[in-house]
Design a binder for this molecule. Structure first.
Ligand SMILES: Cc1ncc(COP(=O)(O)O)c(C=O)c1O
Length: 377
């Protein structure tokens, strides 16, 4: 983290739109998930895709995380390099949760494996062959997980028999070793209603269980069982199949999660992330215009909420650079008023900003580099 100011600085002076994070709420969220995982004796591997920052990753590791999860190779490269540059000397267990394809990418994975304890996922025998070839001359063997489709259908083997084929291929490779399975139920994280989410998660866990049973029957030891996200974190603990959780959004939360989780246990993480905006025009009868539009946040989950005015004001997208805020009366928000928005979807919103400002009440207490911003390769 870079401290730009000698003295705390008012957040009202930040140029908008700005990505702002409440430092205490962030700390509370990090601690809460660490405590939940530790009390259940389950490993925690926070997903870096949500914050893309070495600062938050370091905080998560210091709070006891077993390692970090990354969506993409370049995300891992950027965050591991920054952690090392900032003097983090302890081993870093880094799991890439998406399968890799192609020799150039695999060569980069070899380079990264010399900087951290890398683990990769595969969902096809050909991927195992590609990996075996590039890791052939390495001294250390590489931990590889079989990625299992538990209903999301995005990646992963689709049957227990396919998992056995992939695992056997891993086990016959000289420089690879089979470390376990990944089963990420991304399609269930935002299911509304705890009972519905729990029932659906039980079904998806059964798919993973079937894979594990066949693998063990065939003599493969399934040490690591990783998966889960913020929305199913405590349900996954109750079910007890996963021995490692990889949630990401809990550090920030967002409107989509707020709508889905409400007052469920998983919804008790606090909304730490906001987008600060300014009313730039207030000449119309029933609305004002703010300076945050399509470029200021991800729009896949609908419009943001307006902090402190959730029930009375509404945001509508108003082009690339602007948003429309209905006010009831134009006197409510005069030109220059600062409004904070709850982002609809945190991960892709964070990816739009170079920095995230840390605040405590009105004071800006730091600025965090979103070091893996744009690292989607
Ligand atoms: C493989 C994987 N694991 C974990 C997560 C974290 O999920 P969440 O941000 O809902 O906690 C994601 C998010 O997309 C993911 O893709």
């Amino acid at each position: 983290m870079i401290d730009q100011f000698g003295e705390p600085h008012s957040r009202q002076l930040l140029p908008t739109p700005a990505l702002v994070c409440d430092a205490d709420l962030l700390s509370g969220n990090i601690e809460r998930m660490a405590t939940i995982a530790a009390s259940a004796n389950v490993g925690l591997r926070p997903h870096v895709k949500s914050h893309k920052s070495a600062y938050v990753a370091r905080r998560q590791l210091d709070a006891g995380a077993a390692g970090l999860a990354f969506a993409k190779l370049s995300e891992a490269e950027a965050v591991v390099a920054r952690l090392r540059a900032e003097g983090y000397a302890a081993p870093i267990s880094a799991l890439l949760t998406s399968p890799l394809v192609g020799s150039a990418v695999h060569e980069r994975a070899v380079a990264l494996s010399r900087e951290c304890d890398l683990m990769l996922v595969v969902d096809h025998e050909d991927a195992v062959d590609e990996l075996s070839t590039v890791f052939e001359d390495e001294r250390e063997s590489l931990a590889v997980l079989c990625d299992v489709d538990v209903g999301l259908a995005r990646t992963g083997v689709v049957s227990p028999a396919a998992a056995v084929r992939v695992t056997e291929r891993i086990s016959t490779s000289k420089r690879l070793h089979f470390a376990g399975v990944q089963g990420y139920a991304g399609h269930l994280q935002h299911v509304h209603g705890r009972e519905q989410r729990r029932r659906a998660t039980l079904e998806s866990a059964q798919r993973l269980q079937n894979v594990i049973e066949l693998l063990e029957h065939e003599g493969h030891r399934v040490s690591l069982r990783t998966g889960g996200g913020t929305g199913t974190s405590e349900i996954d603990i109750e079910i007890g199949l996963l021995n490692e959780l990889q949630p990401g959004s809990y550090v920030f939360m967002d409107r989509e999660y707020r709508d889905a989780l409400g007052s469920d246990p998983e919804g008790r993480f606090r909304q730490s992330l906001t987008i600060a905006t300014t009313v730039v025009s207030s000449n119309q009868e029933n609305f004002v215009t703010v300076d945050a539009g399509l470029k200021a946040m991800a729009t896949d989950a609908g419009p943001p909420l307006i902090v402190g005015h959730e029930a009375t004001a509404r945001y509508e997208f108003f082009g690339d650079e602007h948003g429309l805020v209905t006010t009831g009366s134009r006197d409510s928000f005069v030109r220059g008023t600062r409004l904070d928005l709850v982002p609809p979807h945190c991960d892709p919103t964070v990816d739009r900003y170079d920095v995230m400002w840390l605040v405590r009440d009105d004071a800006v207490v730091g600025v965090v580099d979103v070091v893996a911003r744009g690292c989607s390769q």
